[in-house]
Ligand binder design. Structure first.
Ligand code: SAH
Length: 224
C-alpha cells in the first residue's frame, strides 16, 4: 500500500511530461503516449536522480551510461509502428526503461545489455514491476540474438558508426529498425525498413547517444 502511494506521487509530473514534452512536440501515436503515461520512469533511474526523472533531459544511470530524454524514447518508439503481435529487440537495456515502454506495445521484447551490472539490475527491476514479456540478455548486442530471430522491430539505444550487419540480417520481412548513426559527437536517427529483402533508410532527427561498443560497432569507446 505504502509503495503504491509513493509511486503515485509522480503521476502529475508524468502527465505533464506527456503533455508538454511529447504531445505538444508532435508525438501523436495514442498507444505510445499511453505507454509513456503508464511506465513509472522514476523507478528506472538511480535514487539520487529520482526527483529529476520527468525532466526534459537524459540522466546518468551509472556505469557512465544514460537514460534517454523522454522525447527521444517516444520518438524512437513511435517510429517503430509496433503492433501487438510484434517481437521486438532492443540493444542497450540500461536500467530497462525503454524496454518497459516497448513491452506495453509489442508481444515480446528481447533486450541485450553488455554491462553485467546494468543487465542484472534491469532484469530485477522489470520482474519486480511485472513487465513479464521482457527478456534481458547480457552480452554484445551488435551480434543480435540469432536464436530468437527474426524481429519485427529493432531499437538500438546506443550510437553506431553504421547499422550492424547481424541486426539487419535478423530483421523480419516488413521489419523496422531505429538506430542513431554517426560519430562520437553527433548522430542522426535512421529508420531502416526491410521490404522484399531490400533495405530502405530514412534519416530522422539529430541526436546524441553513448557509443555502441561491440564486434560490429566500435571496439572501444571512440574519442570524444
Ligand atoms: N535503453 C536504456 C538506455 C541505454 S544507454 C534506457 O531506456 O534507459 C545505452 C546502453 O547501451 C548502455 O547501458 C550501454 O552499456 C549499452 N551498450 C553499449 N554497447 C552495447 C552492446 N554492444 N551491446 C549491448 N549493450 C550495449
Amino acid at each position: 500500500m505504502l509503495e503504491t502511494g509513493k509511486g503515485n506521487q509522480y503521476a502529475p509530473q508524468r502527465a505533464e511530461m506527456v503533455e508538454k514534452q511529447l504531445r505538444r512536440r508532435g508525438i501523436e501515436n495514442a498507444a505510445v503516449l499511453a505507454a509513456m503515461l503508464a511506465v513509472p520512469r522514476h523507478e528506472f533511474v538511480p535514487p539520487e536522480v529520482r526527483s529529476r526523472a520527468y525532466e526534459d533531459v537524459p540522466l546518468l544511470i551509472g556505469a557512465g551510461q544514460t537514460i534517454s530524454q523522454p522525447y527521444i524514447v517516444a520518438a524512437m518508439t513511435a517510429a517503430l509502428r509496433l503492433q501487438p503481435t510484434d517481437r521486438a529487440l532492443e540493444i542497450g537495456t540500461g536500467l530497462g526503461y525503454q524496454a518497459a515502454v516497448l513491452s506495453l506495445l509489442a508481444k515480446e521484447v528481447f533486450t541485450i545489455e553488455r554491462c553485467a551490472e546494468l543487465a542484472s539490475a534491469a532484469s530485477e527491476k522489470l520482474a519486480n514491476l511485472a513487465y513479464l514479456n521482457v527478456h534481458v540478455h547480457c552480452g554484445d548486442g551488435t551480434l543480435g540474438l540469432p536464436e530468437f530471430a527474426s524481429f519485427d522491430a529493432i531499437l538500438v539505444a546506443a550510437a553506431a558508426p553504421a547499422a550492424p550487419q547481424p541486426l539487419l540480417a535478423q530483421l523480419a520481412e516488413g521489419g523496422r529498425m531505429i538506430i542513431p548513426v554517426g560519430d562520437a559527437e553527433n548522430q542522426e536517427l535512421q529508420l531502416i525498413e526491410k521490404h522484399a529483402g531490400k533495405f530502405s533508410t530514412r534519416n530522422m532527427e539529430g541526436c546524441r547517444f553513448v557509443p555502441l561498443i561491440g564486434h560490429h560497432a566500435w571496439q572501444k569507446p571512440p574519442q570524444r
